[in-house]
Design a protein around this ligand. Structure first.
Ligand code: 3H9
Length: 695
């Protein structure tokens, strides 16, 4: 008897229970155990029907992802499911938790499907750069039609039980004790002499070829660069054109192709990296956490409002503080408008707008923050202002309250120094728009207490963010690397490239936008004002004005003014090349005595991306990020680095650090730019033939 799958007969029903915590993944032992339990059930004369269930928190959540890339060990999951489907007794899947991937495919091999009302099912393989490879692409279209199957498989999102019943995947939604319900359901089937219902025997659902072309066109932009969604479409198409056996063979071919692809390896790295970042090295798993029942946010600007929305949406009351009533009113109305827009798009249930807004209170008085368990400051990015705010917080915050700054560049230790309790201070660096972007850099100051850090790491998950712990330095992990890249982009244009060319190269690499479109989005005025300030306060060390400063000086602030590096006619968001910008660039080159040269796409790609890797290595050396995977997660969730490349550090490993190291040294030689000072860590790993993953 397997110790991960058990069999017992109860009241004439053979119960097959999978017990492989935490998520009942379908590893080798489970597959073997399932087959053995199935055979036992078939041989058991007292069992008239069989039911497959999961123990613990869920029905199987899929194949064991850790087995991918290793030599396959029989029985394969498709073979196990075939055996279930051809069995001589009716088989019921009784689902709770999340039946995902191979787990859902098992249910499709069963004759009948029963689900608890809280259960979900889905085929999320596409998120791992794969397709459902245990018959999902062949059985689901036969059950619900190709169009609905395409949506399920290509979107990869879990579906609620009620919806599963509506589309005909689940036969009955139940509540209460699932085992009792499964037995009762089986009794009913037995008494009615209900037929066996193998899904594979259903006729291939013919579908108009246009459906596939249209679907492909509809996802082309969103899934740009990805292999798996398009392979999924191919596989579903096969289900409409071939008999079941031929379709299964086609599915296998496409699945194996994806399994062996660098994209799937990268996406699987991201899956585990996303879970690993929650485990902060040096922070004990059982570190106690403080209770967070009430949050305060200081500042009702775009950032403060977005931050507050995260907590309101998660059911946590927020008090918002501003200096003046009109600023407070403006902030609150923007938040309401954002919620209303989500409701209009169907992303928010009716009634949720009022429920969320109902959790918000506002104040002009610091003493109203005395009850908050967590206070997040999102005021103007200026050290003196922040210190004043934290001085006030020190005065009013209750003992044990966590005080967080949303600074993106300033020294969190210095800010903590403005209080008498630096152990309660840390950084919570949200990314704009703060209610949308999933990344949260959690900045651990020199004196931040472990329980404060553990609390905020857990809180990040509660509000739907991916929290990454980082150390204190200018720009932390994300912006520190970004600034190096932006400065290469500028240098490349100075040398002869155009902003259009630079942006195209990085867009084609898979980033959501290029450096100049990003600068336009953030606003050219931001950097310009900082540099202008420096030119006044410290002229000897301030950078000379460049062509981007000239654009900002002329009021071209980017998207918000309709003109920046690019132009955005009629309030649109699509960047168009600008003659004014081209003229400013020419003028700047002439002033600086630069003779413009051809810059290749390859040089743009290498300089913009390798400078980030070199900086990432320095960040690791300094302990600002604990592991390369933390940097990968920052870039994927904060800046849209394509998951199919695994993040910058993972990508560097695939290129080979020796190669990257040589190129960094060559750029240092060519440009003399100190940003190309090689990271000793990068040089050492390259010299030893190692990769970042070996750290
Ligand atoms: C597939 O099925 C292919 C087939 O079509 C064809 C085959 C031939 N394997 O996420 P959590 C671990 S592909 C191995 O923190 P939650 C996870 O790493 C698969 N390990 O919990 C973590 O480990 P640790 C298709 C897995 O409650 C722990 O379990 N299925 C797997 O937030 C807890 O996970 C999927 O893609 C796995 N399949 O969320 C579903 N799943 O504690 C992937 C999880 O050491 N899984 N682990 O860090 C999920 O989406 C979520 O884990 C789930 C639970 C929603 C189930």
């Amino acid at each position: 008897m397997s110790n991960v799958v058990s069999y017992r007969c109860q009241e004439g029903v053979g119960l097959i229970v999978i017990d492989n915590p935490p998520v009942n993944a379908l590893g080798h032992a489970v597959r073997q155990g399932l087959l053995a339990a199935l055979n036992e059930g078939l041989a058991d004369a007292s069992a008239k029907a069989l039911a497959i269930m999961g123990a613990g928190r869920t029905f199987p959540a899929g194949a064991d992802i850790r087995e991918f890339g290793k030599a396959p060990r029989p029985p394969s999951l498709p073979d196990v499911i075939d055996a279930i489907e051809v069995s001589s007794k009716p088989v019921i899947a009784a689902v709770h938790g999340t039946a995902l991937g191979g787990g859902m495919e098992i249910t499709l091999g069963c004759d009948y499907r029963l689900a608890l009302e809280s259960a979900k099912m889905g085929l999320p393989e596409v998120n791992l750069g794969l397709l459902p490879g245990a018959g999902g692409t062949q059985r689901l279209p036969r059950l619900i039609g190709a169009k609905a199957a395409l949506e399920t498989i290509v979107e990869g999102k879990p579906i609620k039980a009620s919806r599963l019943a509506e589309v005909g995947i689940v036969d009955e939604v139940v509540s209460g004790d699932l085992e009792r319900k499964a037995i009762a359901y089986a009794h009913q089937l037995i008494s009615e002499d209900a037929p066996r219902r193998p899904v594979s025997a259903l006729p291939a659902a013919p579908e108009d070829a246009d459906v596939f072309a249209e679907f492909e066109a509809a996802i082309a932009r969103k899934k740009r660069g990805y292999l798996a969604p398009f392979h999924c479409i191919e596989a579903v198409k096969a289900a409409t054109e071939m008999d079941f056996a031929a379709g299964m063979a086609r599915e296998r071919e496409l699945f194996v192709e994806l399994l062996n692809s660098p994209q799937s390896a990268a996406q699987r790295h991201v899956f585990f990296a996303e879970r690993e970042v929650a485990k902060v090295p040096g922070l004990a798993k059982d570190t106690p956490q403080r209770e967070i029942n009430r949050v305060a946010v200081i500042g009702a600007g775009t950032m403060g409002g977005g931050i507050a929305m995260n907590f309101l949406s998660a059911g946590i009351p927020v008090t918002m503080l501003e200096m003046h009533q009109d600023a407070l009113d403006r902030g609150v109305s923007v938040m309401r408008r954002n919620y209303e827009a989500s409701a209009r798009k169907g992303r928010l249930a009716a009634g949720q707008v009022e429920a969320n807004m109902g959790r918000l209170s506002t104040t002009l008085d610091y003493s109203d923050l005395a009850e908050a368990d967590l206070i997040i400051e999102a005021v103007f990015e200026n050290m003196d202002v922040k210190k004043t705010v934290f001085g006030e917080l020190d005065r009013v915050a209750k003992s044990g309250a966590i005080m967080a700054t949303n600074t993106s560049t300033l020294d969190v230790n210095e800010i903590a120094g403005a209080t008498s309790r630096p152990a309660d201070v840390l950084g919570m660096h949200f990314f704009s728009p703060a209610n949308v972007m999933k990344l949260l850099e959690i900045v651990r100051g020199e004196q931040t207490a472990d329980d404060a850090l553990a609390t905020v790491m857990a809180l990040a998950r509660r509000i739907g963010k991916v929290g990454v712990a980082v150390g204190v330095c200018y720009g932390f992990v994300g912006n520190r690397m970004l600034h190096k890249r932006q400065s290469q982009a500028l240098e490349l244009v100075n040398a002869g490239a155009t902003p259009v060319q630079v942006d195209r190269v990085l867009y084609d690499f898979g980033l959501p936008m290029g450096p100049f479109a990003m600068a336009d989005l953030a606003g050219l005025d931001v950097g310009w004002r900082i540099r202008e300030g420096l030119r006044e306060s410290d002229p000897a060390n301030a950078p000379a004005p460049n062509w981007m400063d000239a654009l900002a000086e002329a009021g071209r602030f980017g998207q918000k003014t309709g003109v920046g590096v690019f132009e955005y006619p009629d309030g649109g968001r699509a960047p168009e090349p600008s003659e004014t910008t081209a003229a400013e660039i020419d003028k700047y080159r002439t002033e600086q005595g630069i003779t413009s040269r051809e810059v290749s796409d390859e040089e743009i790609r290498e300089r913009c991306l390798y400078v980030m890797i070199n900086e990432g290595a320095k960040i690791l050396e300094e302990g600002i990020a604990a592991r390369p995977l933390d940097i990968d997660v920052v870039w994927i969730y904060g800046y849209g680095f394509p998951p199919y490349r695994g993040g910058p550090m993972y990508w560097a490993d695939q290129l080979g650090l020796n190669y990257v190291c040589e190129r960094v040294k060559a750029f240092r030689e060519e440009t003399g730019d100190p940003d190309w000072h090689i990271s000793p860590l990068l040089e050492q790993l390259a010299g030893e033939g190692k990769s970042f993953a070996d750290l």
